[in-house]
Ligand binder design. Sequence first.
Ligand SMILES: C[S@@+](CC[C@H](N)C(=O)[O-])C[C@H]1O[C@@H](n2cnc3c(N)ncnc32)[C@H](O)[C@@H]1O
Length: 617
Amino acid sequence: MNSSQSAPNPLSNMNTGQSAPNPLSNMNSSQSAPNLASSGSIVASPSEEVQDITNRKEVQGNSYFQRETGYNEDVRMDVADHINPGFSNPLPGAESSRSSSSDGLGSYNIRTDPKGIVLIINNINFVSNNENRHGAEIDQERLTEMLSNFGFDIRFHIDKTAQEIEETLKYFSKDEQLLEVDSLIVVLMSHGNNEIILGTDGGSKNIIDLITLFNSNNCTSMTGKPKMFIVNACRGDGRDKIFGKTQPVDVHYTVHTDGPISRKPANSDFLIAYSTFPGYVSYRDDQDGSPFVKCLVEVFTEMAHLVHVSDMLTEVNNRMAESHNQIPNPTSTLRLKWHLIDSHIVRTNLTDDNRPLATLLAVLSIRPSGIPEAGYGVFAERSFPKGTRFGPYGGKITENIDNWSYAFNVYDADDSVKYYVDAYYKNNSNWLRYANCARTVHEENLYVLQFNDEVYYVAYECITKGTELLVWYGPDYGEDLGLKRKPEDYQERFHEQDIRYVIENTITENVHKLYTHCYKFFDQAPFIKPPGENGTFDKYCFHDGSYQVCLYSECNVNPCTNQTDCKDCEGCCLHQGKYFKATEKFKHVDTINTCVCNEDGHFGCTIYAQFPEYICS
Ligand SMILES: C[S@@+](CC[C@H](N)C(=O)[O-])C[C@H]1O[C@@H](n2cnc3c(N)ncnc32)[C@H](O)[C@@H]1O
């Protein structure tokens, strides 16, 4: 984009006394907005630079590491016998409950707020003082900050005996609050050995027995929901001699090995993130906590809005293997992908002016903006954790734009503008077109991320219920709106690692090129249609990126006779994966507005006309 293409100032076209445009009506040119794509000074960053800002600090092997004493050689088990006891095989019935995607995996639905409960058992002070786990409080702080940012409720239990650990978990497994959440994380941090974890009294409990308390035989509230156990403890005294210095490890003398664990379908949906390989030590730094927890928190913080938990644990393995003499050992009976942060993506086949509203998430609403004269805006109807990715920004992909008001630049690898995604026309855009421009850095809660040639909005911070979603459109656009940013403003408001996002406005992150990719209703990640392949899902995913939901097995009722021909289903409306008959009324996804299904298969919705309860200051 060059400056000669800059957008006309929309404010000069807007009558100040004008009421907000109705998103359901066609926008006419006099209501046009300034040019999202006109910011000639936007600098897109190469992906290597993006990695700089992730603040990834490798944990170095250093002199803080010391070895603890008293390891009992006799209790080491053979590694081959020891991997994934009770959890290694796919479980009967698991396949049938999967939703489809290109790799055969769907995603767990995490819809509750909070997303889940985290219970942390952290043993720091032991009866025998020389066993104290200095630095363990740092691990706890790191995990707590990250997981509460992700939208989990956290509970702590510090310094528990073996018996108390078991009782705490038994009690927790019967907690009625588990019924109200869609996921669960238990963190066990103590000394350990093989499959046991130690209490502060030196007594031990078998980890698998503790985990089994939460299987579907013992904890029906969590049946079918993903459950993660993070076990930060030694599993033996094996070590690779890299550091050459003595280092503290979470190992202990007293060991019991319990009986064999039964393999039952009840044990599905578990992910156990062991900090170390069976038979090996788990390191801890007196001053900096354990490298495993530090690395896990770094990876999850960087990547949770992009990839699912199992993939993140693979990356934790990778980083630990590169920088430490410890290889973690995740084991899984998860059946589906587990996303800690939703990338809120909804697509629809609808191609009329209701499309932006049809794509709106149930947890958002579109109503008059808190910014005077700005028309409609998007509001959070529940809280969203930091890192939540909204998008992609929907619109016509074009190299020529007639009206600049709703267009975004999409950058090529060399930072030149590749094309524009133009959301001016509602019939091919989505709800992101309604997010307004923040007037000050203080009300800015989203940054712009270009990921694989698509534009997303990502939450800088936890967004509280009732807050309007606001993004910085860029300096040129801002100028058109009479808005400016000074470098000092950034210092006041953002953490150092976030400042670059604000300044550069659009961050590019081309992790891998997707070819044609599709999104299913409520699915959290795109699945790819690779060129030239005719896999099971290939035929449902079309080159325009649409996905024929009639073929999606989880559709409520499918009234189409020809299952491949959803778009032409007359007399019924397809809305967010559900079918409604003509004239039928139904609640809009925001649960407040009402929609009516028309004969032509399209529906019309009311718009929620309420003023915002709360705006971030
Ligand atoms: C991408 S649209 C956002 C949705 C728009 N509010 C609507 O109702 O369609 C951009 C337009 O919203 C309005 N807008 C967004 N942020 C604004 C701000 N901070 N101050 C004034 N108007 C704003 C301007 O009219 C702008 O052209």
